[in-house]
Design a protein around this ligand. Structure first.
Ligand SMILES: Nc1ncnc2c1ncn2[C@@H]1O[C@H](COP(=O)(O)OP(=O)(O)OP(=O)(O)O)[C@@H](O)[C@H]1O
Length: 231
């Protein structure tokens, strides 16, 4: 199996001319298949920018980024779009649609998949919702679910398309300690079962124990990243 994420010499700047600010400086990072890496560091150190580059959500400016076998330095918008469909995204505010129930929110992700009818999509959504322990809540809209349950729907939505990689940005920020840990442990268990790697940005010291590796960033650089598979 090839490594899902291989970054070399990745730099990124925002702004032009005198306002130009380098927010990533020569970043190198390699993730092994199935590895769970937590990205930590002070606010503004570049974590989210790095995550969005890996997720092909913004164009690479400098360096090389191979994600699920696609070299982003050479990828056009079409390739970036098809890569994004192979990635499960989980954000802080879950981004569930309020007018859809849990299973519709999850099933929606499958709409771009050819050959799957509405009934099959909903059946797949039901399976994954059951796996995250929400079978009996699947007909509820997000407003009738707790914060932890909503994040579990977001996990189900990220997993239902059988992604090759999961990118999560502060998934526990809105949760209390117990449900934050529960949600992240669940995510880890599901990813482990499927052999999917996770790159997760977090400020939350309470969840560091779920990681195989913690990578710290400071001022656009990685300041501590023991190599994959060190033990
Ligand atoms: N679209 C943008 N335009 C200009 N500057 C930006 C943009 N996005 C981020 N920045 C700046 O880039 C730097 C890195 O931001 P980034 O969001 O990657 O940091 P972070 O480590 O994720 O921070 P936080 O933990 O607060 O989310 C910050 O100084 C931020 O203000």
């Amino acid at each position: 199996m090839t490594d899902p994420v291989v970054l070399e010499g990745v730099s990124h700047a925002f702004g032009e001319g005198e306002l130009r600010r380098l927010v990533l400086r020569d970043v190198a990072l390699r993730m092994a298949p199935g590895e769970i890496v937590l990205l930590t560091g002070p606010s503004g150190s570049g974590k989210t920018t790095l995550l969005t580059l890996v997720g092909a959500l913004r164009a690479l400016q400098a360096g090389s980024a191979r994600v699920l076998g696609v070299e982003l330095a050479e990828a056009g918008e079409g390739q970036r779009l098809s890569l994004r469909r192979q990635i499960g995204f989980i954000f802080q505010n879950h981004n569930l649609l309020g007018f859809l129930d849990a299973r519709q929110n999850v099933a929606m992700t499958l709409e771009m998949q050819p050959g799957l009818g509405e009934r099959q999509r909903l059946a797949r959504a039901d399976e994954v919702l059951a796996a995250v322990g929400l079978a009996e809540h699947r007909h509820k809209p997000p407003s009738q679910l707790s914060g932890g349950q909503r994040q579990r729907v977001a996990i189900a939505r990220a997993l239902v398309g059988e992604p090759g990689l999961i990118l999560a940005d502060e998934p526990t920020a809105a949760l209390d300690k117990a449900s934050g840990h529960e949600v992240v442990s669940l995510l880890r268990g599901m990813a482990r079962q499927r052999g999917v790697s996770i790159l997760m940005v977090t400020h939350d010291p309470r969840i560091l124990d779920v990681a195989d590796r913690v990578v710290a960033m400071e001022d656009g650089r990685i300041v501590s990243a023991p190599p994959a598979g060190r033990d």
